[in-house]
Design a protein around this ligand. Structure first.
Ligand code: AHM
Ligand code: MG
Length: 343
């Protein structure tokens, strides 16, 4: 077939590209323990993401928007979709067989999957940005994967989850937005897949994503201004003097994803209500920090890199300053004292 014929063919039948499935298989050899288990785990997460995507798309038509009437371990109102997403991901990971335990934002205790022979544990926020569910604004799922350190064949323990951010073997998120996208890293760059609804597949849409070195977007809840440390106010004042854009959706995954592609900084400092920050280290801070570092950006908790924080509790919180390297660096130059990192 001549080149011109094939380019004509491409013009009338655009190639759909590489599926997530195929990409994972191709990349499998890059994993430190290339037995296919981690690949299967990523596929399980993608499957649950597709199901949750379906539930979200139908949320306006079904009785799954609104509050569930209970509180999670964080003392926050659970939305029905929080609960639905939690069930979907737990079920997919249990059925997949590769994860021996799951740590979820929605559950106090570690969830044993019953697969004690599984070599991996997964920490996750199944539905991030819950307050946006009812108003049809982007929400997300965040996940972080470790190879277990306790003996295979025994129940996983907290020790498996409290290894520290640098021990993650894979991490990423699914953004349920104007498109549904799955972004992940295994420590070899960052790839992004967009969901093709009619085919039921994720296709590679951005490979080796790099965050712009610098940016002009700052994302934070300015309603908390009077609670912010002075150095944070100082940095934000400088952003405003420079006429940077303030953009804040209130869904971490959505704010983060925009800044990843366009350049910017997301920040959630300690406040009077959340004296150690609001966001959770294990299933929000660590995974997003792993992705951002792989994309050439930075993630700090004050003076310490998020990934260097030694975890002490599965549900501990952390301040978060994350985004383009130059912006984070500039912000940190305003930090006069280390921010407390705790629960
Ligand atoms: P959630 O995991 O309970 O949804 O809370 C995390 C969310 C983030 O998605 C978002 O960036 C932040 O909380 C918004 O908090 P606030 O409403 O205080 O600005
Ligand atoms: Mg969250």
């Amino acid at each position: 077939m001549s080149t011109s014929t094939s380019s004509n063919e491409n013009a009338i039948a655009t190639p759909v590209g590489i599926t997530l499935e195929r990409y994972i298989m191709r990349k499998q050899s890059e994993f430190p323990f290339a037995t296919g288990e981690l690949s299967q785990l990523l596929r399980d997460i993608a499957l649950a993401g597709k199901i949750v995507n379906r539930e979200i798309n139908r949320a306006g038509l079904m009785d799954i928007a609104g509050s569930f009437g209970s509180q999670n371990i964080q003392g926050e109102q659970q939305q029905k979709l929080d609960v639905v997403a939690n069930i979907r991901f737990i079920r997919a990971l249990k059925n997949g067989g590769e994860a021996c335990a799951i740590l979820s934002e929605e559950d106090d205790e570690i969830i044993q999957t019953g697969n004690d022979k599984g070599r991996y544990v997964v920490a996750m926020d199944p539905m991030d940005g819950s307050s946006n569910i009812d108003v049809n604004v982007s929400i997300g799922t965040i996940f972080s994967i470790y190879r277990r350190v306790t003996p295979v064949g025994t129940p996983a323990t907290k020790e498996d989850f409290l290894q520290g951010g640098r021990k993650q073997v894979a991490a990423g998120y699914i953004l349920y937005g104007s498109s549904t996208m799955l972004v992940y890293t295994t420590g070899h760059g960052v790839a992004c897949f967009t969901y093709e609804n009619s085919l039921g597949e994720f296709f590679l849409s951005h490979s080796d994503i790099k965050i712009p070195q610098d940016g002009t977007i700052f994302s934070c809840n300015e309603g908390n201004w009077f609670d912010y440390p002075e150095w944070v106010q100082g940095y934000l004042t400088e952003c405003k003097r420079k006429r940077f854009s303030g953009r804040y959706i209130g869904s971490l995954v959505a704010d983060y994803h925009r800044n990843l592609l366009k350049g910017g900084i997301y920040l959630y400092p300690p406040t009077a209500k959340n004296t150690s920050g609001k966001l959770r280290l294990l299933y929000e801070g660590y995974p997003l920090a792993f992705v951002i570092e792989q994309a050439g950006g930075r993630a700090m908790a004050g003076t310490e890199a998020i990934l260097d924080i030694v975890p002490i509790d599965c549900h501990q919180r952390t301040p978060l300053y994350i985004g383009s390297a130059d912006m984070v660096e500039e912000m940190m130059s305003h930090a006069t004292a280390a921010e407390p990192v705790g629960r």
